[in-house]
Design a protein around this ligand. Structure first.
Ligand code: ATP
Ligand code: MG
Length: 736
């Protein structure tokens, strides 16, 4: 370190400093996990500002998640000693949403356009394909949406899709469907997620004046997780970076070993193209990993070495305390057992003073989270499902959002349809059809069409009064908005529309919780300067992950964990068919398998101090019990960095080394493959072994039930209300 270098450069290694101080011209940082790529990018941002090269708003910085954007904003604020405003810093989608608001008219949208979520997209697409009488069993709408999405990822507007590019799907009608779908979106003054990038890129391509404006604005471009950019993102970046007669000041950081989004169109090749597109590009490699212990690093490196065709990078431990615990591989009985193990280990860590926010459970697929959620709730540990967005997915929240959307934008037919009969307003399917007809005939939104019908006296009875009241309330709200502000107006809208009363009248056990959620929603509104801003925030957040509270354990997918780090990482479900996924195995290709392996590499390298991999001997997938074999990735971990607990390691099960915590969480007797057990094994005798088939039992949560099978201390119980469950006998008592 040079003594006279500014403070923020002092603690960096020479390669990192080079990557930061090479400010001008194209630069690619190609380096393994935890080598400080993101840190380099953040420091570079600060360095550009502090050295007076640009103002904050003249730097375009792209992160992979909203969470990463937030973290980067904070880190930059800390480096600069004050919070910075007006940054162009965010995900591709967030940045494009902002750009599109400024130029919406070029693609036929108003600047108040709505961003549709997946549900709405699907509903809209169904409307578009309905008249075509497409066999939806054979060609499910989701599939068609997927085709459209992939075209969008490749930067193809309907006009740019050539007939040759149309696929067999839906008998070659996808191109036509795509075109009508886009036209319909414009009519609704809406766009879907893919459109954010597509529209903006199209504008930059076709409007040199707009492009020039951004060329003047952005002096520097910074991109994190570059290996996962797809074609449209790449095109967008190239348009913005390549300026006539000038060097491109673009810095991208990435790791080919962490490319895990090819299923969403990401192209690792973008890394290789970098030098071609930006001649004279400097390439910096970082080799010291500052995140993980040497053991974790050794395990991860050994695993990824099984992939072919890597760009090849060296990765060395960079931390002083780099020894640490071995990676643990634990065999468990089934997913409940796995959840119990994780729960107990988390409790132990917590009791030992470890922070909950430094613990993560990283799953391969969404279905895995349920067991952990239930377990964590049962033992009262705070957690959040990152990326699961449970709050905004709840029905009452979606309804309330639909009300807000219609108020914000009367042309939002999809939202209007969701709420027109919620609460019941006496509107049947036939009436709805008439409204749709009138809207189509008049080329106007539903609200306008219904307004017209009301005026002409074409709606009768209860529906007339209730619709008039609804439209009136909405209109009144719009008028009150500038004067009274969105929080007051929305609060009143939910009351006056009868929506709140609907839940108040509901006697189900969930109703009070729903009312609380609605209150919370109105509270959240207050954090935004306008209704439009709030709705945009929700749309973006629903696509990405969102945080809440700090001291919570995180459950998320491996995909969502990219770029993040935790002290302790649990990696459950390492079984063939779960991870690597069944789909990958069915496809049978090497490419898919290598991507799964990269995902495993990403998973292990999230951990600073502890990585705990587990695999179950049997697993219920979509209702069926299957016996499972350990993931091939487990075998691929080099022995010297791994310690195994469970059936596979009975011999050394008593010498857990630095991991005594496991010995009690993990009675050896529990580790038997289900198959062997079913064959009549009875090694376990428990104090409660008196349970027999037919015994009536009581469980705290599930109530009364009858034992239907006994395997050692494991019971299957048919609960009267909760249905069949498998559990340990110690969790139930004999019914009196
Ligand atoms: P990933 O590939 O997972 O995204 P990355 O290359 O972006 O990883 P960072 O997240 O930037 O890596 O850094 C990993 C950790 O190492 C962070 O906690 C960071 O603060 C720390 N770190 C980076 N560089 C240094 C350094 N020179 N000295 C000490 N710690 C460092
Ligand atoms: Mg990173």
């Amino acid at each position: 370190p040079t003594p006279d270098a500014p403070d923020y450069l002092q603690r960096l290694n020479p390669e990192q400093r080079m990557a930061i101080e090479t400010t001008d011209g194209p630069l690619l940082v190609l380096a393994g996990a935890g080598t400080g790529k993101t840190r380099v990018l953040t420091t570079r941002f600060a360095h550009i500002l502090l050295s007076g090269r640009a103002r904050p708003y003249q730097i375009l910085a792209v992160t992979f998640t909203n969470k990463a954007a937030r973290e980067m904003r904070e880190r930059i604020g800390t480096l600069l000693g004050e919070p910075v405003e007006g940054l162009w810093l965010g995900t591709f989608h967030a940045l494009c949403a902002r750009m599109l608001r400024r130029h919406a008219e070029y693609v036929g949208l108003g600047s108040g356009f709505t961003i549709l979520d997946t549900d709405d997209q699907l509903r809209l697409l169904k409307q578009v394909i309905e008249p075509l009488r497409i066999d939806s069993k054979r060609w499910p709408p989701q599939g068609i949406l997927g085709v459209i999405q992939r075209w969008k990822d490749r930067g193809l507007t309907p006009e740019r899709v050539t007939p040759a590019e149309d696929c067999d799907f839906a008998n070659g009608q996808c191109r036509a469907i795509y075109a009508s779908y886009q036209a319909r979106l414009v009519q609704l003054n809406a766009c879907d997620f893919g459109d954010l990038m597509l529209h903006v890129t199209e504008i930059l391509r076709t409007r040199p004046d707009v492009l020039a404006q951004y060329h003047r604005l952005f002096r520097y471009i910074l991109v994190d997780e570059y290996q996962d950019t797809n074609t449209i993102q790449y095109l967008w970046l190239r348009l913005l970076a390549q300026r006539e007669g000038q060097q491109a000041n673009i810095c991208c950081v990435g790791d080919d070993d962490q490319s895990i989004y090819s299923w969403r169109g990401a192209e690792v090749e973008n890394i290789l193209r970098f030098e071609r597109d930006f001649p004279g590009a400097a390439i910096v490699r970082l080799e010291r990993n500052y995140r993980s212990t040497a053991q974790i690093l050794g395990a991860a490196s050994g695993l990824i070495a099984h992939n072919d065709g890597r760009l090849g990078k060296t990765l060395r431990p960079g931390r002083e305390d780099a020894s640490g615990d071995k990676v643990r591989v634990a065999s468990v009985w089934d997913s409940d057992d796995e959840a119990r193990l994780v729960g107990e280990e988390v409790e132990r860590l917590r009791a030992g003073g470890h922070r909950m926010s430094e613990i993560a459970i990283l799953v391969r697929a969404g279905f895995q989270t349920r067991a952990f959620e239930e377990r964590l709730i049962a033992i009262g540990l705070p957690y959040r499902v990152v990326g699961g967005l449970r709050f905004y997915e709840r029905a009452e929240i979606r309804d309330a959002l639909a009300y807000m959307r219609v108020l914000n934008q009367p042309a939002d037919d999809l939202a209007f349809e969701r709420i027109v009969n919620v609460p019941r307003r006496g509107i049947g399917a036939v009436a709805m059809q008439k409204f749709h007809q009138a809207a189509r005939d008049g080329g106007m939104p539903l609200t306008a069409a219904i307004g017209g019908m009301l005026e002409r006296g074409e709606i009768k009875g209860k529906a007339r009064d209730s619709l008039a009241a609804l439209l009136n309330t909405l209109q009144q709200g719009r008028e009150d908005l500038p004067r009274e502000g969105h929080v007051v107006v929305i609060d009143r809208l939910l009351e006056e529309s009868g929506y709140i009363d609907m839940w108040k009248a509901d006697t189900s056990v969930e109703a009070p919780g729903r009312l609380d959620n609605l209150k919370e929603l109105v509270r959240a509104l207050a954090d935004f300067e306008s209704l439009g801003h709030f709705l945009e925030h929700v749309a973006l957040v629903m696509e990405n992950e969102e945080s809440a509270g700090t001291e919570r354990l995180s459950i998320m997918t491996l995909h969502g964990a990219k770029g993040l780090e935790f002290d302790t990482v649990f990696l459950p479900g390492w079984e063939e068919g779960v991870f690597p996924s069944q789909r990958t195995l069915d496809e049978g290709g090497l490419k898919g398998l290598e991507e799964e392996r990269r995902l495993a590499y990403v998973g292990i390298t999230r951990a600073r101090h502890r990585a705990i991999i587990s695999h179950a001997a049997s697993r219920r997938i979509y209702g069926n019990w299957q016996s499972a074999i350990p993931s091939r990735f487990i075998e691929e971990l080099p022995d010297e960095y791994v310690t195994t607990t469970g059936a596979a390691s009975q011999a050394r099960s008593r010498s857990f080394g630095q991991a005594p915590a496991f010995s009690s969480a993990f009675p050896i007797t529990a580790r038997r493959p289900r198959a062997a057990d079913a064959a009549g094994d009875a090694t376990t005798s428990s104090a409660k072994a008196a349970m027999a088939v037919g015994t009536r039992v009581f469980h705290q949560k599930f109530g009364y039930g009858t034992v239907s099978s006994v395997e050692g201390n494991r019971l299957e119980v048919a609960f009267d209300k909760a249905g069949p469950k498998r559990l340990l006998d110690s969790f139930v008592e004999k019914a009196p």
